[in-house]
Design a protein around this ligand. Structure first.
Ligand code: B12
Ligand code: SF4
Length: 476
């Protein structure tokens, strides 16, 4: 008999002191996609959403539903909270088996089971078929690819799972099962008016995430690619069909194309924009995505993106120093950065330039170049994260060997957040220095008269708040 399955849209986070940047109010597409896939395959599955349900309600649900299987998604910084959530679930319904999935469990599955006894299984990579096979309950765990599990006192890891080839066939996320009225999304695609409502979420603009592709072919050494490097694409028609459904069925006014690198396949990107315009959706939605400068050099495409409703791109720039850009495997140069931001600016797309401080071989001089580049770009927003050696990344390996001066400060996953930056320092740039430079970067970028409105408009963003508090020294 198949197992009744309960999926958590993220762990229950009680203690937020160290988690300032966790904008936890996000609709996690990974969990939504698994939920939809299970339901399509006749598994009795339900959603638990710690954002919209309190612990009392969740407890009641667990008691009533009696799940044989529970799935939780967690980023590295959330894995402790996920383990506490798992233990809590088991204290209510001890028969539940808990699967932990997402980037952290995928990168270090054995270690995750060793560290946290409340997890029974760690899922590695793509989770739809994996979770279906576990819930289906007909095979022994040793026959399910892409998992790591406990067998008596041993921890066993199975071979990896073959990637889903035809991602077009994945069902739409079941947003009807979410209390969407409590989600403002990340507000990425909303305009200045929506952003100005300080400290409040803007519930009027419903933003729904849409996935257009899986994988990333690039090799940035600080990034963990949960979906691997092989690209798989949805067709422009399939993507726009989902956008249209989100608009017509749920009243979405904003779409976040969640792949970090919009437009790896420029032909599909172009077709998608044309299709949005053809179906008149460009008048009904605004859309945002993560951009990469080498994919934003085609003026016609950038203009078409704007025309089709794109009004926000977060673009990974990482450094203002050519040598560092090369060393971190970014594969872009300063000229490309300047051109991409100029094209977006001319097209009228609001941009956020995303930088990292503390790269291997970073020095005071290279940080100075980064800050100068940030201030010279025609971008409304900039973020200056401190490098985090996420498990499974090349940077984590380098840091263990002290390459480029890197030194890991702790493996307490709770502080593995990009803005907090308590996980790593460099021999030539101690932690305190990195924080000082981060503060200086935010100060120099946002304290220019032209950027005060941008600063004010982002007061409801935890990470910018962190930067601001840091600037004024109110945070340790
Ligand atoms: C989009 C995105 C965001 C969006 C999310 C928007 C949204 N509505 O979902 C935003 C901008 C909000 C965001 C924020 C952050 N992000 Co982010 N994000 C991504 C990105 C680009 C795509 C994630 C995604 O949705 N993929 C599509 C879905 C379908 O895939 P998925 O989530 O991986 O889920 C699949 C599998 O992982 C697995 N799975 C997942 N959960 C579970 C659970 C079970 C039980 C099972 C069986 C399987 C399973 O199955 C799923 C379906 O196949 C990834 C990079 C990448 N390409 O993966 C980074 C990434 C996930 N983010 C990352 C980070 C660090 C963050 C932040 C913590 C950054 C920060 N500020 O410090 C924040 C925190 C978010 C929070 N918790 O509040 C890291 C995570 C690294 C780590 N080890 O923790 C990644 C990997 C990028 C990187 N730097 O390497 N992010
Ligand atoms: S940072 Fe972006 S471009 Fe680089 S490897 Fe990660 S997802 Fe790909």
């Amino acid at each position: 008999m198949s197992l009744k399955t309960l999926l958590f849209n993220g762990p229950i986070i009680r203690q937020r002191a160290d988690n300032l940047e966790m904008a936890n109010r996000i609709l996690r597409l990974g969990i939504a996609s698994i939920l939809s896939f299970l339901l399509e395959n006749d598994i009795e599955a339900q959603l638990v959403d710690p954002v919209t349900q309190n612990e009392f309600e969740i407890k009641k649900k667990i008691k009533k539903f009696q799940p044989g299987l529970v799935g939780i998604n967690a980023y590295t910084s959330e894995v402790h909270a996920a383990a506490t959530t798992a233990a809590w679930v088991k204290s209510i319904y001890p028969k539940a088996k808990v699967v932990i999935g997402g980037p952290h469990a995928s990168a270090v599955p054995q270690r995750t089971l060793k560290e946290f006894s409340s997890f029974d299984i760690a899922a590695i990579g793509e989770g739809e078929q994996t979770m279906l096979e576990i819930a289906d309950n007909r095979r022994s765990l040793s026959d399910i690819a892409g998992i790591c599990f406990r067998s008596n006192t041993r921890i066993i890891i199975n071979p990896p799972r073959t990637l889903i080839e035809n991602i077009n066939a994945l069902p739409y996320p079941p947003w009807e099962l979410y209390q969407l009225q409590n989600y403002s999304g990340s507000n990425l695609a909303s305009g200045f008016a929506a952003r100005i409502n300080l400290f409040r979420r803007n519930y009027k603009n419903l933003e729904l995430p849409v996935e257009g592709a899986r994988g990333c072919p690039f090799g940035c050494i600080f990034c963990y690619r949960t979906m691997g490097r092989t690209m798989r694409y949805k067709s422009a028609q399939r993507i726009v069909d989902e956008v249209q459904r989100n608009v017509e069925k749920f009243g979405a006014t904003q779409i976040h194309f969640i792949e970090g690198t919009f437009g790896v396949n420029q032909k599909i990107a172009q077709e998608m924009c044309e299709e949005l315009i053809k179906r008149n959706l460009h008048r009904k939605i605004r859309w945002a995505s993560g951009g990469r400068v080498n994919l934003l050099l085609n003026k016609e495409l950038v203009n078409l993106m704007k025309q089709s409703g794109c009004n926000y791109l977060g673009i990974g720039v990482e450094s203002g120093d050519e040598e560092i850009l090369e060393k971190i495997g970014k594969g872009i140069n300063i000229n490309q950065i300047k051109r991409a931001f100029r094209l977006c600016h001319e097209a009228g797309i609001t941009t956020e330039a995303e930088f990292i401080l503390g790269h291997p071989f970073e020095t005071e001089e290279t940080i100075r170049k980064t800050i100068n580049l940030a201030c010279s770009l025609p971008t409304r927003y900039a973020t200056f994260a401190i490098l985090v050696p996420f498990p499974g990344t090349e940077v984590a390996q380098m840091a263990k060997k002290h390459v480029g001066g890197l030194k890991i400060l702790t493996e307490d996953w709770r502080v593995y957040g990009k803005q907090i930056g308590k996980s790593l320092e460099l021999k030539q740039l101690p932690h305190e220095k990195l924080l000082e430079h981060q503060a200086a970067a935010y100060r120099k970028f946002y304290m220019r008269p032209s950027h005060i409105p941008a600063l004010v408009s982002r007061l409801n963003k935890d990470r910018i708040m962190y930067g601001i508090k840091n600037v004024f020294g109110k945070l340790t």
